[in-house]
Design a protein around this ligand. Sequence first.
Ligand code: SF4
Length: 341
Amino acid sequence: MTSCAEITKDDETIKMKALALLSGGLDSTLATKLILDQGLDVEAINFVSPFCLCEKGGCGAVGAAKKFNIPLKVVRVDEDYLRIVRNPKHGYGRNMNPCIDCRIFMLRRARRYAKEIGASFIFTGEVLGERPMSQHRQALDIIEEEAGLKGKILRPLSAKLLPETEAEKKGWVARERLFDIKGRSRKKQIETAEEFNITDYPCPSGGCLLTYKEFADKLRDLFEHKKRVTLEGVRLLKVGRHFRFGENKIIVGRNDSENKTLLQSKAKHDYYFEVKGCGSPITLLQGHKTKEAVKKAAFLTAYYSDQKVGEVHVKFGKDSLDKSIIVSVPSKEEVENLRIK
Ligand code: SF4
């Protein structure tokens, strides 16, 4: 059976439209190619969160959409998404990745957008069994159900292993031209990409910071100490080295660019620290400015400055470096005891 990717309306032949969830990774790029090859009109939607590894957001999706010459809507997630990350109904994966809830969130938004643009169905690059948390059969079913899309999400790369979706039943796509890929090996995808001359897929492994232990530790710490977490607060987790001293958070810049970002992100009541006269990080001290907290922030600044021994004169203040404190350079062990992990 071939697909009937066109319908006739008011004597006019129009193509069926499908909406791709396009991350720009290999799987969603291939899925898009498979659907385009069946003669459907495709538009794409891409979600950018503060947890994306790619700084600019949109990353591979922009290139893939350009290559296929299809419209792309880039959606930046809002604080609703943070609430899901903080308290996911279906729990976390290995780190702080709430993959099932995350997919439900995206697909609900995609469903609304599909309606807006008149797309008849949504498809994704999901591969059965490729990701342990969100791509096993039961998870795929939960995601569909809770996104309000039961039987309506086509997964072209694994379609032949899954129940027929509405798009196949109605003949909008030909099931026999879809794939039966499963598991974590990406061999078949890589071979197919070569056949299709798809060489540029910049996020082959996902690119989500929530799956990284080091980042997850910092996020968990933030959730534990802040009632209200903002997107800006989350973005700051990507900058600098992070330390915890009771209710104080101390962030130490790792290079000039991070030092600049820390100064720009400084809240009105935060103190900042610097060692003058040698290479020095900028350090931010958040929370109550107790004597002990100031001392810890100063000694971390001293530790990461170029003055590696002896007593260090650290300048600090709220609006300017109008105060100073002399501290000894701490040991590595003292520093590690404060690091968030
Ligand atoms: S890896 Fe990150 S972006 Fe991907 S589904 Fe999981 S939480 Fe969402």
